[in-house]
Write a new protein. Structure first.
Length: 140
């Protein structure tokens, strides 16, 4: 069986978060979505984001939940098919209410930009042209 990844993020408002990510083109698996959590499909069969209402999220940990207005608890980075897709997703996120705190970063072979969602989680978007990437250093 191949591995899957489930990123769990605390959110404040389920309907607001589902509407926001829906505007970015993400879908939700209804089998694992209710008023406490929503299973957002990032890559069918392998990558999912569980959007969990904060009170429910807290049942999984004894630690305090990060205040995303003051600290960063995670950087979620998604690969994109092109520079245009990076820019398109940032534009959709901004139009849906996200903040865009940083300018795009262009490193030639790698291009990235990102946004903070409605709950302050940072989403990085990256496109890499591996044909233009620098060669790996020689092994000793």
């Amino acid at each position: 069986m191949s591995r899957q990844i489930y990123v769990n993020l605390p959110i404040q408002d389920m309907e607001r978060s589902k509407a926001f990510f829906g505007k970015l083109g993400f879908t939700f698996n209804p089998q694992f979505t209710n008023e406490q959590g929503a299973c957002m499909v990032v890559a069918d069969g392998s990558i999912y984001v569980m959007l969990l209402v904060e009170s429910f999220f807290k049942t999984f940990t004894r630690k305090a939940v990060a205040d995303t207005t003051r600290s960063t608890e995670v950087l979620v980075c998604l690969s994109c098919e092109s520079r245009a897709e990076v820019d398109e997703l940032v534009a959709k996120a901004r139009a849906a209410g996200a903040t865009v705190p940083n300018a795009p970063q262009d490193h030639g072979f790698m291009y990235g930009h990102g946004f903070e969602d409605l709950d302050g989680h940072i989403w990085e978007l990256a496109y890499m042209d591996m044909t233009a990437a620098p060669p790996a250093p020689a092994q000793a």
